[in-house]
Structures are given as structure tokens and as C-alpha cells.
Write a protein that binds this ligand. Structure first.
Ligand SMILES: *Cc1c(COP(=O)(O)O)cnc(C)c1O
Length: 732
């Protein structure tokens, strides 16, 4: 037994608090920090913060790093000063109960997965800001998916890559131009440990290519009841280039990409085998991991003596593929040479020809001009496929219709399961307390059900409004702190830093816009008519203010220009005090924003936003969405739970679409959003607005929760795939 494991067995409930020995207390804290369960329990967040509030912030809210700065004795001393003993013991006991609880939703609804878990593949996982192995929406979605799988007790293991530099940190210079900084992550500060085989040996996997083997070690992170395995190519035996293969997310060239994806898919399947895990279902998120099923096919052929075709049929039956983007550049495509160099040895073992292999990644297998597309491969190797919103389902069926030329569009076998967010991760503690006071007991366990949320209509409007305004004040304080720090970093004058400390006003309607600065998201749509924007921002009676945040991809020059045009509004006296750009958008910045904004603005070029999830986080906290009818909002908006921009129709010309959408954006803001927000009764309450907040919470929170999403996946995809129910996907 390791020290940590023996610490897990201790029960100090009977001893008096002062007798708890320092080492035991320290080990309990380590155990709490060592399971990412803590990230969705605000009481643990505040527990760690109370140990040292300043270092907590400086260390990016990383409890492992924080605890490394304590000796057991000093921790014990600090716990005595802050009266933390019973909080630590209570949290520790709750974690143990959670891990051992057999009475979960999945125990009754997904028994078939018990012996054969779901293997969930994703190239990124956004679980917490202290573990920088994500870049944006896909990562946060994957993180939320596995947190809800944990909550529901769905037997699931997750596979990803360990990026030791992760995604970049964003800094803007004087001209508002984005610069990228990559920091090395200190592994010893992360809640990960080497994954071990059943016999206790640390696991290494290798994948053969035409020019040698690539090796990876495997890390284990615990996310509640879910185990997340991360492959890391920084190991002895790899060439210097291969050691850096998994340094950065979405970095490097075509060759880096295909080698990363080879490791994620094929290496991931090998890692599962080494761990002794036999999945009942393979869930591929995006094409990145689509090589994985080929390794499973090889295994079947080798062990069970099947033919290639029979093995593919069986493996596809167990495979679920989710496509996450309708943006063409979002689908990886590789040249034939790249595929042969990296998949050649596996192809030999599968006994298929060069042409057959390439055909698996092509819509028209014989078309030599067509590159090898990972999404096509994923669709061909899975019997169940889905998009991530209703509208994205329509778009995806149209987009991939030529894969099934004999079918009409409605019969293309790509369904949809709309994305959702992990409620406990995004819901502010203050709002949760309000729900706790008014919702049925145990509502957290049942948050994927509609009834639970209806009680919001019984809440006193003043109470809801006040809670929201508390959260808004916290956001504004956060934004000021960040903006003044940014000024200081750029070496600006003391007056400038001071001015930054006083931007924004809690009495003004606050609109937030935080997301990747991909150009289709049109961050600068609001700037189409700068005078009109100025009139709105500076209105004497009914002003508005904006908080922007977002990173452009390092190679996306137009995206960086969008960042620049918005960041530079601070040099314009009309906007300096009311439009701010918070640098380095990541989970922590997002969390502050979605909790405190009055309105969340989303104006992508329809239909390019597959789902979007940030607006769902806003719903939970009482903010309202003002969005183009794209992605999740196209099915969420009902006329009385937020605001719609445009009518849900796009023109074939982008220029005309942008013009129309900008006009509609201004009109919606002027005539609906601003008007409703400032329409106050004698008590100063915006009754109409609060009604919209309640409608938004009651109609949307449960539907766009990750619990509902994971229940849908479990019922409609995982259980049928594991149980061998056939499904209609006839490729050959
Ligand atoms: C939720 C989240 C996203 C996804 O937001 P979209 O609405 O899909 O743009 C991206 N980045 C971070 C850090 C998030 O927390």
C-alpha cells in the first residue's frame, strides 16, 4: 500500500480534532487534490484557497502545487488557525462515499456497460485551468462529458494526449497584436501519476511507422469515478522530434498532426489493452482518433481469426462517432504519402492494399485526387454517428450525403445529440445556494430532468436579481484587476493603470463576448457601424458596456486582426471606459464571465457554429443569451427565454449575410435587450427582464446540461452499441 492509499483507509471521525496527526491531515489533503472531483465542489475550492489565498491565485488554483509548498506540520498549523479540520475530514469522507456509491443512475440504466466500459477518445480535455491540455470548446465539452459520466456512474474511461506545453498564453502588445507564449507544465504539480499495468509496471506503448517506432508513456488522472489516460511522447527511445510530438495542441505541420493522431488512436487502443481494459464501446470525438478502430480490427483478426471485412463490421458495431464541426478546415485531411508512411505497417498486418487503405478515408475510394479525411474514416468505421445539435445534424447529413449516394438526405444515418454543460462546474456557488433553498432536495442528482427547474418561478424576483448582481460585481472586479494588470505588464503609466482599475460600472447593462476568435464567429460584427455602437455605449440614460475575451489560433492572421480591432477600442475615448478586452481566455476567465454577465452575445455566421456551449453556462447563472439562431440556440430559443438575432436564414453571399446580421444585431440590442433591461418598476426591478431570466433557467438549464447529454448518449448510443443492437449504416 502506498502512503496515499493507507491515508484513504483512515477514519479519524472518533478522534478529537487536535489529535489528528499532521501527516494524516496532509495525506487527506493530497487525496482531495489528487482527484479532480474537487474542481466541481466549491467548498473544496474555498478550502484550498483558505490555506493561502495569495499563492492560490498565483498558482492558477492548483492544489497540488499549493500543497507542495506546505510541510505536514505547517499545514496542520494553518488548518488550526483557519479551523479547517472538520472541513477537510468532511470533504474527504464525502469523496470516499462518492467513489464507493453503487446507487447511480447508470447502475439501473446502463448495466451492460459494467463489464465493458465506454472508451471515450478526444484530442483535448478541459477539466480545470490548472491542467492546460485543452484549447477550446471541444476540450471543455470532453471535460464536461466525463464529469457527468462520473456523476451518473456511467462506466467510462477517457483517452487523450498529454501536452506538456498545452495551448499558448495570450498577451497583447501596445498595438493590440496577439503574442503567444508557451510555458512548460511541471508534471510534479499536476494531479497525474504514471498509469500501471495490472502487474504494477508503468505502461509504455509503441506504434510502428515506416520509419521506425514512436513510443509514449501513459499518465492517469482521476476525474471523480472516471479514469483519464493521457499519452505522452516525451520518453527515452524517441527521436528528439518525436519527444516533442505531444508538446503542443494543434501545433506543428501535417506530419506532426498525423503522428499525434496515430498515437491518440492506435496508441490509445494499445494503452487500454496494456491496462487490461476491454471496452464495450469506442466513442470517437472528431476524426482525430479515427485510426483507433483499425487497431481494434487488427486485434480481432489476430485473436479471433476473422477476415478484415468481418472484423470491421464487428468493430463498427461497437464504435460511436461524433462530428463536432461543420467548418471544412476543421476536418483533418492527409496526403496519401503521409498515410502510407504512418499506417503502412498496420496496413500490412490488416492484409489490405495501399488503395484499399486510402479508400477508407475517401468519399470516392478510387479518386486519387481526394485526400484522406479522418472524418470520412470515422464515419466508415462506426455504425452510429451523430452531430452536436439539431441544426448541425441537418448540416452534417447534407455535408456527408455523398458517402451514401443511394440515400435521400433525411435518411443519411447521422443523428444528433445536442451538447450540454456540466452544471456543477459552471454554476456559481451563490446561485447554487439560491437553487438549494428553492428546489426539491437532491435536485443536483436530478438536474437533467425538467421538473426540478420549474421551481425557479416561485423565487422572489428581488432575490434572484440581487444574487445575479452580486455575481456581476464579482465579474467587474475581476475584469478591472485583469485589465489593470495588462496595462502594467505593457509598462504603461500609473495613470493608465489607475484608469484601468476604474473601468466599467455595475449599474450598466453588461454584455459579454468570450470565445475563440475564429473568423466565422465574427467578434467584430458589433463594430460594423462604429458610430451606432458609440451611441449605444454612451447613451445618457441607457448605456451599455462590453467585456471581450478570446484567443486567435497562432496561424490565423485575420483572427488576430479581429482581436486587435477590439482591443484597440481602448485607445478611443468613446469606448475606453466601457469596452474592455481581457487577455488569455481560458476556463477561469470563462467561468467569471458566464457567471456575471447580463447578456452573452453570440453572432457566428450561420450555420457554422455546430453547437456552442458557453451560452449554456450563462443560462445556469441567470444571464440571458442574445444570439444568432445557430447551433444550440436554434433549438433552444422559444421567443420568451432570451433574444434572437436574425431570422435563421443565411444568404449565399457572406457579405450580404454579415450586413443583414449586423443590422439585426443592432436592432435587437436597441429595441429589445436595452429596452427590457432598463424598464424598471417602482422598486427598481426590471420585472420583464427577471421573467426572461426565469424562463431561460426553467426551459434551458436541464435540457442543455451535460447530464442530459450523457444520458442521451448512454441510452441511444452506448447501450445499443455495447449490446449489439444493429443499426442501419450500410456502407458496403
Ligand atoms: C465553454 C468554453 C468554450 C466553448 O465556448 P463556445 O460557446 O463553444 O465558443 C471555449 N473555451 C472555453 C475556455 C470554455 O470554457
Amino acid at each position: 500500500m502506498t502512503r496515499l492509499e493507507s491515508a484513504m483507509d483512515l477514519d479519524t471521525g472518533a478522534k478529537s480534532e487536535s489529535n489528528v496527526d499532521a501527516q494524516t491531515l496532509y495525506d487527506k489533503c493530497l487525496a482531495l487534490a489528487g482527484n479532480l472531483w474537487w474542481t466541481w465542489h466549491p467548498e473544496l475550492d474555498s478550502l484550498f484557497r483558505d490555506l493561502d489565498p495569495i499563492r492560490w491565485r498565483q498558482l492558477d488554483h492548483n492544489p497540488v502545487a499549493l500543497l507542495r509548498e506546505f510541510t505536514p506540520d505547517r499545514l496542520s498549523q494553518r488548518a488550526a488557525e483557519m479551523v479547517l479540520f472538520s472541513r477537510i475530514n468532511y470533504a474527504y469522507r464525502r469523496l470516499q462515499e462518492y467513489l464507493n456509491d453503487g446507487q447511480t443512475w447508470a447502475a439501473t440504466n446502463a448495466g451492460v456497460l459494467g463489464a465493458a466500459p465506454v472508451a471515450y477518445f478526444s484530442a483535448e480535455f478541459g477539466i480545470h485551468e490548472s491542467i492546460p491540455i485543452y484549447s477550446g470548446g471541444l476540450g471543455v465539452l470532453s471535460g464536461d462529458h466525463i464529469k457527468s459520466a462520473s456523476g451518473l456512474g456511467v462506466p467510462l474511461v477517457a483517452i487523450g494526449l498529454f501536452y506538456d506545453q498545452g495551448y499558448f498564453k495570450q498577451h497583447l502588445d501596445d498595438e493590440g497584436w496577439q503574442h503567444e507564449e508557451y510555458l512548460d507544465t511541471k508534471v510534479e504539480n499536476l494531479p497525474i501519476e504514471p498509469a500501471r499495468c495490472p502487474d504494477g509496471e508503468p505502461i509504455t506503448v509503441s506504434v510502428e511507422t515506416r520509419d521506425g517506432k514512436v513510443f509514449a508513456k501513459v499518465w492517469l488522472a482521476r476525474v471523480g469515478r472516471v479514469r483519464l489516460y493521457l499519452l505522452d511522447c516525451d520518453v527515452d527511445g524517441n527521436s528528439p522530434e518525436d519527444r516533442e510530438l505531444t508538446s503542443r495542441l494543434y501545433g506543428g505541420d501535417e506530419r506532426t498532426r498525423i503522428r499525434q493522431e496515430l498515437m491518440l488512436g492506435v496508441g490509445g487502443v494499445k494503452a487500454l489493452r496494456a491496462l487490461g481494459i476491454r471496452p464495450g464501446v469506442y466513442h470517437l470525438n472528431e476524426g482525430h482518433s479515427a485510426f483507433g478502430p483499425l487497431e481494434v480490427v487488427r486485434e480481432r483478426m489476430h485473436h479471433d481469426g476473422m477476415t478484415f471485412d468481418d472484423a470491421v463490421r464487428e468493430v463498427a458495431q461497437q464504435t460511436v462517432f461524433t462530428t463536432h464541426t461543420p467548418v471544412p478546415a476543421g476536418h483533418d485531411r492527409f496526403s496519401a504519402d503521409m498515410v502510407e508512411e504512418h499506417l503502412g505497417p498496420l496496413r500490412d498486418e490488416l492484409g489490405i492494399s495501399y488503395e484499399q487503405m486510402l479508400g477508407l478515408g475517401r468519399v470516392e475510394p478510387q479518386n486519387d485526387g481526394e485526400p484522406f479525411c479522418m472524418t470520412v474514416l470515422g464515419l466508415k468505421l462506426s455504425r452510429r454517428a451523430n452531430a452536436v445539435s439539431q441544426l448541425h445534424g441537418h448540416i452534417s447529413r447534407r455535408m456527408w450525403a455523398h458517402l451514401w449516394p443511394w440515400r435521400v438526405e433525411e435518411e443519411i444515418p447521422i443523428g444528433h445529440i445536442t451538447n450540454g454543460v456540466h452544471v456543477q462546474s459552471w454554476l456559481a456557488g451563490q446561485m447554487k445556494q439560491l437553487y438549494d433553498r428553492h428546489f426539491p432536495q437532491g435536485w443536483i442528482e436530478r438536474m437533467g430532468e425538467p421538473d426540478v427547474w420549474q421551481d425557479i418561478h416561485g423565487v422572489d424576483p428581488g432575490e434572484l436579481w440581487e444574487t445575479h448582481n452580486t455575481l456581476k460585481t464579482l465579474l467587474l472586479a475581476f475584469a478591472r484587476r485583469r485589465v489593470s494588470r495588462q496595462c502594467r505588464r505593457r509598462g504603461e503609466s500609473d495613470e493608465a493603470v489607475d484608469a484601468a482599475r476604474n473601468v466599467l460600472d455595475p449599474n450598466i447593462l453588461t454584455i459579454g463576448f468570450g470565445r475563440r476568435f475564429a473568423t466565422y464567429k465574427r467578434a467584430n460584427l458589433i463594430m460594423s457601424d462604429i458610430d451606432r455602437l458609440s451611441d449605444m455605449v454612451n447613451d445618457a440614460e441607457r448605456p451599455v458596456q462590453f467585456i471581450f475575451a478570446g484567443k486567435a489560433h497562432p496561424k490565423d492572421e485575420p483572427g488576430k486582426q479581429f482581436v486587435q480591432s477590439i482591443a484597440n477600442l481602448r485607445h478611443d475615448p468613446r469606448f475606453a471606459h466601457r469596452v474592455v478586452f481581457v487577455e488569455d481566455y481560458e476556463i477561469n476567465v470563462c467561468r467569471h464571465m458566464v457567471r456575471g454577465v447580463d447578456v452573452w452575445l453570440n453572432n457566428p455566421r450561420r450555420p457554422l457554429e455546430a453547437s456552442g456551449t458557453s451560452g449554456q453556462k450563462v443560462v445556469l447563472n441567470g444571464g440571458l443569451n442574445c444570439s444568432i439562431l445557430d447551433g444550440w440556440w436554434a433549438e433552444a430559443y422559444n421567443g420568451a427565454n432570451g433574444f434572437a438575432i436574425g431570422s435563421g436564414i443565411s444568404h449565399t453571399s457572406d457579405e450580404i449575410t454579415d450586413k443583414r446580421d449586423a443590422e439585426s444585431l443592432y436592432q435587437t440590442l436597441e429595441n429589445e435587450v436595452i429596452a427590457t433591461y432598463y424598464d424598471r418598476d417602482l422598486d427598481g426591478l426590471p420585472r420583464g427582464w427577471i421573467k426572461l431570466m426565469m424562463n431561460s433557467i426553467s426551459t434551458l438549464a436541464w435540457r442543455f446540461s451535460a447530464h442530459r447529454m450523457v444520458m442521451d448518449y448512454t441510452r441511444n448510443s452506448y447501450v445499443p452499441a455495447a449490446g449489439g443492437l444493429s443499426c442501419d449504416m450500410d456502407f458496403r
